[in-house]
Design a protein around this ligand. Structure first.
Ligand code: MTE
Length: 333
């Protein structure tokens, strides 16, 4: 990444070096308790999210159990879930990429206390019949919340298994009523250098922006997360609203979204702007196409020793390969 000072892999992807701090993040349970009212308000609409209200101290995923690996969510797995061992909450919330807080993996957990996630509004605009600015609590109240246990593969060569709570992006897009011109979806993260110390440095073009083709966005796997492991999403993981597209490299899954815009033209995306020779718009997980500076053939699952093979489309090929039929995936990387 010659023209860019800080690659997303400022850490060594091959070394296996992890710098996991004790979770110095704001106490997620306390934040959940503060926010419980908002979930209670939508409880009628909650599906798997009801778990949020019924977790007991000491139960799976409780603060007490933090750090202990657990292998199954406390519910039957759904058609979109992986049955692989879930990454322990303490690790999923202390080893993060969120450059608005800094470029070190430990910065987001340390700094996320400065992020104020209420009040929070999301602007919905562009090629939609109903442009609007909506409060996050209203927005998430529109949809029954679902659990989704997804693999997440970072372009740097590490991966996690994340138990998200949220709603399908397709449900939101349908509600936005796209016009016939809508072909893409652009997502914009919060721009606020007061809250995001990383934005005081020109490390990336701020705000962080991402995008999907409309048919990708409408795929049932494309998900908007508002919770993690049955709790309100911690700041370091992208509170209060983040994208989760499990068949693409993690940088597509933009955090702390404030704007969703339907567009006619392919939108700009942060990492493709920063280093177009290294990061494309599509960013589908593809072990056959190496990053210019490292192989993508294997990955290190956080919490495991050694490396495992990376799967095409991160193991979701059966569901999503059809979206790219006829496309040269080396050219559209
Ligand atoms: N979203 C924003 N706004 N800023 C970022 O720096 N980093 C991306 C993505 N979303 C990033 C972001 C990258 S590179 C990855 S791998 C994932 O978030 C990491 O998500 P996690 O920390 O929840 O595991």
């Amino acid at each position: 990444m010659s023209d860019h000072p800080i690659p997303p892999d400022h850490a060594d992807p091959e070394s296996g070096e992890r710098r996991i701090l004790s979770p110095g993040s704001p106490n997620p349970r306390r934040e959940f308790l503060r926010s419980a009212a908002l979930f209670t308000a939508t409880a009628g609409a909650l599906g798997g999210g009801l778990e949020l209200l019924t977790r007991r101290p000491g139960g799976p995923g409780s603060a007490e159990a933090q750090g202990a690996a657990f292998t199954r969510p406390a519910r039957p797995l759904g058609p979109y879930d992986t049955s692989e061992a879930v990454t322990p909450y303490a690790q999923a919330t202390s080893y993060n990429n969120f450059y608005e807080f800094g470029t070190d993996k430990s910065d987001p957990a340390r700094m996320a206390g400065s992020l104020k996630t209420r009040p929070w509004t999301v602007r919905i605009d562009g090629e939609v019949r109903k442009p609007m600015t909506v409060d996050i609590d209203t927005l998430q109240g529109w949809f029954p919340l679902e659990d989704r246990v997804y693999r997440m593969r970072c372009v740097e060569g590490w991966s996690m298994v994340m138990p998200w709570l949220g709603f399908p992006l397709a449900a939101l897009i349908r509600r936005m009523e796209p016009t016939s011109k809508a072909k893409y979806v652009q997502f914009t993260a919060l721009l606020d250098p007061k809250q995001f110390p990383g934005q005081r440095q020109p490390v990336l073009n701020w705000p962080y922006v991402e995008g999907l083709r409309l048919d990708e966005a409408l795929h049932p796997l494309a998900f908007m997360a508002v919770g993690l492991d049955g709790r309100v999403l911690p700041g370091q993981n992208g509170a209060p609203l983040r994208l989760a597209v499990p068949w693409k490299y993690g940088f597509k899954s933009i955090k702390s979204v404030v704007r969703i815009t339907l567009t006619e033209k392919q939108p700009q995306t942060t990492w493709a702007l920063a280093a177009p020779q290294e990061y494309g718009f599509y960013a589908n997980v593809n072990p056959a196409v190496p990053h210019p500076r490292w192989s993508q053939a294997t990955e290190r699952r956080i919490g495991e020793l050694g490396r495992r093979k990376t799967l095409p489309f991160n193991g979701y090929a059966e569901q999503v390969a059809g979206l790219y039929r006829g496309m040269d995936l080396r050219r559209f990387f």
